[in-house]
Design a protein. Sequence first.
Length: 140
Amino acid sequence: MNIRPFAIADEEAVIALWQSCELVRPWNDPRKDIRRKLTTQPELFLVGEVEGAVVATVMAGFDGHRGWVNYLAVSPEHRRSGFGRAIMDHVEACLKDRGCPKLNLQVRASNHDVLEFYRRLGYAQDEVVSLGKRLIPDAP
């Protein structure tokens, strides 16, 4: 798998991948999420491709205190191939190069397979409560 920065030409393939991985939710417009990401640290929005096809993504950021990962996705037909680990290793290295001391991410509590994937990568549940507040609604 070749890992490289997202390009505008990837948008449709990326959204299709996110849909196949059930990452898209009605309250998050993926096109708006992509446009927003491209305004802030776009080099941390990565895609993995095999034979020219997008098979993995990760969207990361670093605010000077913590790094965050969103939209980690590997196409269902390419899972258990090491691509998830490879793209996470890559983005972790990018964040570490920026001086990022800790990486945070959120996983839906019901997504046991993904929780186990992250545990195998060395992630552990923090004793925190995740809170959120929508500042700009995506849905009409």
